[in-house]
Design a protein around this ligand. Structure first.
Ligand code: SAH
Length: 219
């Protein structure tokens, strides 16, 4: 009689479900965001040696002194951009890293642009997104502090590295009614939600966070 060996797949299904439960317990209640996170196999995006930790709610090293974002923070940022039932629309991500958050965003909107300044990381993101058959994300090797003028304006912008102040080029690339979320600060950081209300931009402070710094130029 043949025995079906399903250990790894089963474990990963179960640990993924547990991760979603934990996000719920931490207060994430946007069901579409939870479903998007559940749909993306995070283990594909982390180094093989760390794959068994892929569904822990923690940041993990990516190489090049960078980290793959913590699932709670990914969820929190995307949930904030969608608050009030607004769709993400055309989205720009700054700091694609290995492409994990871009993959989550692509579950929620058709138009995702993602910029990364470290060329080998961008190459990894490309491979990872191809591996999960996510071909919707448009990746670009560039300094994201300048945004992506050729594709602007954006309905939403999400920044995955911390700036000491809001990069003005990004504010200028927000569509009317557009929203941006970014970590601000150096020693202590918090998430800021910036809303373009036409005549003014309104900033709301959210959670305390810890991100790698937003750097200048490409490498
Ligand atoms: N979004 C990733 C997180 C990557 S960590 C995820 O889903 O896990 C933050 C990334 O921002 C790093 O890869 C870093 O190289 C990149 N970064 C920092 N400054 C940048 C800049 N000015 N332009 C583009 N990317 C930048």
């Amino acid at each position: 009689m043949n025995r079906v060996v399903s250990g790894v797949g089963m474990t990963s299904q179960r640990t993924r479900a547990r991760m979603i439960e934990r996000l719920r317990e931490q207060g994430i209640d946007d069901e579409d965001v939870l479903a998007a996170i559940a749909a993306v196999p995070r283990h594909v995006f982390v180094e093989e040696a760390l794959a068994s930790r892929a569904y822990e709610d923690t940041a993990l090293p990516l190489g090049f002194s960078q980290t793959i974002s913590q699932p709670y923070v990914v969820a929190r940022m995307i949930e904030a951009l969608r608050s009030g039932g607004r769709p993400l629309g055309k989205t720009l991500e700054i700091g694609a890293g290995c492409g994990y958050q871009a993959a989550v965003l692509a579950q929620l909107t058709d138009e995702v642009y993602a910029v990364e300044r470290i060329a080998p990381l961008l190459a990894k993101a490309k491979l990872n997104l191809r591996a999960i058959k996510q071909l919707r994300v448009r990746l670009k090797h560039a300094d994201g502090r300048l945004g992506l003028p050729e594709a602007a304006p954006f309905d939403t912008i999400i920044v995955a590295a911390a700036a000491s102040r809001v990069p003005q080029a990004l504010v200028q690339q927000l569509a009317p009614g557009g929203r941006m979320i970014l970590p601000l600060g150096v020693a202590t950081q918090y998430l800021a939600l910036i809303e373009n209300q036409g005549e003014a931009c309104v900033e709301t402070r959210l959670d305390a966070v810890r991100f790698v710094p937003l750097l200048t130029g490409v490498e």
